[in-house]
Design a protein around this ligand. Sequence first.
Ligand code: PSV
Ligand code: MN
Length: 388
Amino acid sequence: MPDIAAVKAVLAGQRIETPSWGYGNSGTRFKVFAQAGVPRTPYEKLDDAAKVHEFTGIAPVVSLHIPWDRVDDYAALAAYAKDRSLELGAINSNTFQDDDYKLGSVCHPDAKIRAKALAHLLECVDIMDATGSRDLKLWFADGTNYPGQDDIAARQDRLAEALAAVYERLGDDQRLLLEYKFFEPAFYTTDVPDWGTAYAHCLELGPKAQVVVDTGHHAPGTNIEFIVATLLRAGKLGAFDFNSRFYADDDLMVGSADPFQLFRIMHEVVKNGGLDPETNVNFMLDQCHNIEAKIPAVIRSVTNVQEATAKALLVDMDALTAAQRDGDVLGSNEVLMDAYDTDVRPLLRELREEQGLAPDPVAAYRKSGWQEAIAAGRVGGDQAGWGA
Ligand code: PSV
Ligand code: MN
């Protein structure tokens, strides 16, 4: 049986990175619903992220999206984060919101547009130098809508050329994380649609290029944990963008739609060394809280990942390996289900109390008065939202 003290030690060392845009207003293409107290600046987003870390103890890193989090002085933003016990994490590039990118960015047929997109990616590396960020997260909306619209293979060549230029610019301790998504906004071809394409590009680039698995970016029924196990085995799993989906890229709270899937993913992570600090898997959230209160939703998301991790750590690996070796189909499945069926909430409450945290992070947040304070204090100015 797993040693509980060892399980707690791993859980205490876990790090979940939260997205700056999760604190801003968001919605669907039909409507963005504004909420009281939403941050107006990247600094206020960090204030909210600091609350998530204060109550969970495991969310000290915040991802930025450029240009949504553009500031004059990134070193000052990093210092502001540090004063709140936070660090700035992955820099997310954005080559999807300018009119110029209608036919793509780094895969665009026009070399001038490709050069503009590449300049943005290189600017993101400059920002990483100022913030001390390790990871550059690249997601491209590039693709086509109609058969014959562009040359599929030529677009791959253009992509490879841009990625190589970015890779070349990275510092020794920096990484390029390539995120795939099977469709949307493109509906016929997407230039990085799946893990295989992302993996092939990363392999060609070298060790500082790794793949991002966004849990909302697969066709229904895709076995995500297989992808996770395969990428970890190849040393190419750089990060997760955690969220939940019922239909497409829904960006709902991780673990809300299918907690069992999250457990299966975390089991492969644990089993294949993905929690070892030297493996450097970045556990990020990529979510939007359109109708629910944002800060408690981020807290809930962090604790959902923590619960799935705890269950994965409770898998009796000796019993599982023995059952697998014996070809005991039911027995091995039972070992896994035993861990999944364990109520880990008492263990996590105990762990938090040992760390000087409140046992129930959402309840503690609600009692803290922060929500009322930001609703009353953040008046005037423009609330941050999707695209700002
Ligand atoms: C694309 O759908 C994506 O998952 C990428 O990570 C983007 O940068 C992000 O969403 C924006 O939230
Ligand atoms: Mn994502």
